[in-house]
Design a protein around this ligand. Structure first.
Ligand code: ZN
Length: 409
């Protein structure tokens, strides 16, 4: 067997098995009795519901994961890649248009295949557990806007990458690196003001106790804050959240309307202090730099493999092309991407703990932070006792009990 095909196939199988084991261990951790920190605050019926939610989502994940792998293998070994190539080449366009067509068809098929799962997840699972607020019209509009945005933003980016690798030879990877970095920074810069409002309504937080408390706090830690935004998260789900987005003068702190409804001023302040902690501790800058570095490594490796005959043989492709090389390399990269992902998650968990500590140290209110975390877990039906392997593979935040313990210690 072709060595590259062997690597990719093994990676797919190992990934399936590893995640299957982690899921199994995770479910084995479920207990009837509530953890001590939650006794008296968590309604036992709702706690049982959270466990059912976990089981349902795990099973759904298995089904959709296995389905995706099966389709992918069928397409691969059914010689779908060369068949599609033959078809797009039959139009006799240049390499860029042909490449965009090839990738466009694959992306479209992948999206169509994931659509039923997305519908089931939203309108059956989330509905059943009382989270779903998405109407069918919102769902369809989201989909249409998402597709339009992907075409508008994705096409020039892909065309640029194809162009560089088609014509710039050995320099292509670092030309691409610079171009992609600038493009990503540009998109992130305009996202809070131009892209996100396409999906949600953002209003400035109304004057009052909460706003003045936030501004006073921001002043005390010298955080340059002009405004806090409220997002109509309730349009889609009753789950709640807060986040930090953008940079420069487009930087924004956003609270979900659902969060404001469920928490006290002290708790909201603790949550916002955590978000500002990410900024003060330079976590946002750090993840941006690491993302750029990772992109550089990936593009450099891409430049080494993109004209390797073995890469094309692995997918039964008689003719080499930049566009197919990009896709195949993406699959070959996935084992390395897996390890980089694990490292990034570890770093993220460490940063979350640091942001919690920042919040507690600057608000001097560990109780509110702990209360906020408890309420968030209860409202979002989070798993209180995930298995360490599952956390290691999947969690960007430490498990809630660990966070509460660290805060109170
Ligand atoms: Zn955080």
């Amino acid at each position: 067997m072709n060595p590259i095909a062997l690597i990719i196939l093994s990676a797919i199988i190992i990934d399936l098995i590893l995640n299957g084991i982690a899921d199994y261990l995770n479910l084995k951790m479920l207990r009837n009795e509530l953890p001590e920190a939650f006794q008296g605050v968590y309604d036992p019926d709702r706690y049982r519901k959270s466990q059912l939610y976990l089981k349902t989502n795990t099973r759904f994940g298995w089904f959709s994961g296995a389905f995706n792998v099966a389709v992918m293998l069928l397409f691969w070994f059914g010689k779908g890649f060369p068949l599609l190539d033959e078809w797009v080449r039959s139009f006799h366009y240049g390499p860029i248009i042909t490449g965009l067509l090839y990738m466009g068809v694959l992306i479209l098929c992948k999206s169509l295949l994931s659509l039923p799962f997305s519908i089931y997840g939203t309108f059956v699972i989330e509905e059943r557990f009382g989270f779903n607020q998405t109407s069918w019209s919102t769902f369809v509009l989201d989909l249409a806007k998402g597709v339009l945005l992907a075409i508008l933003l994705g096409t020039p980016l892909l065309a640029g990458i194809l162009l560089f690798f088609e014509y710039a030879a050995a320099n292509a990877w670092w030309y691409c690196w610079i171009a992609v970095t600038l493009y990503m920074l540009g998109v992130q810069f305009i996202a809070p003001t131009w892209i996100m409002p396409l999906f949600n309504k953002f209003t400035t937080l109304e004057e009052g106790e909460l706003k003045s408390a936030i501004l006073t706090y921001a002043g005390s830690i010298k955080f340059p804050l002009e405004n806090v935004y409220v997002m109509d998260g309730s349009r889609r789900s009753s789950k709640s959240n807060a986040f930090f987005t953008g940079f420069g003068k487009h930087r924004r702190i956003v609270l979900f309307d659902t969060l404001i409804k469920q928490h006290t001023t002290g708790e909201l302040l603790a949550v916002l202090a955590h978000e500002m902690g990410h900024y003060k501790k330079k976590h946002i800058l750090q993840s941006m730099i690491l993302g750029i570095l990772q992109m550089g490594i990936m593009l450099y490796l891409l430049s080494l493999f993109i004209s390797d005959q073995a890469l094309f043989d692995a997918f039964y492709m008689p003719q080499k092309s930049v566009y197919a090389g990009l896709i195949f390399f993406g699959m070959l990269y996935s084992p390395l991407g897996f390890f980089i992902g694990i490292f990034m998650q570890m770093l993220s968990r460490k940063n979350e703990t640091a942001a919690d500590r920042f919040s507690v140290e600057t608000t001097h209110d560990p109780e509110s932070m702990a209360e906020a975390l408890k309420k968030l877990s209860i409202n979002n039906l989070s798993n209180l006792l995930p298995h360490p392997l599952y956390v290691f593979l999947n969690y960007s935040h430490p498990p809630v009990l660990q966070r509460i313990q660290a805060i109170q210690g």
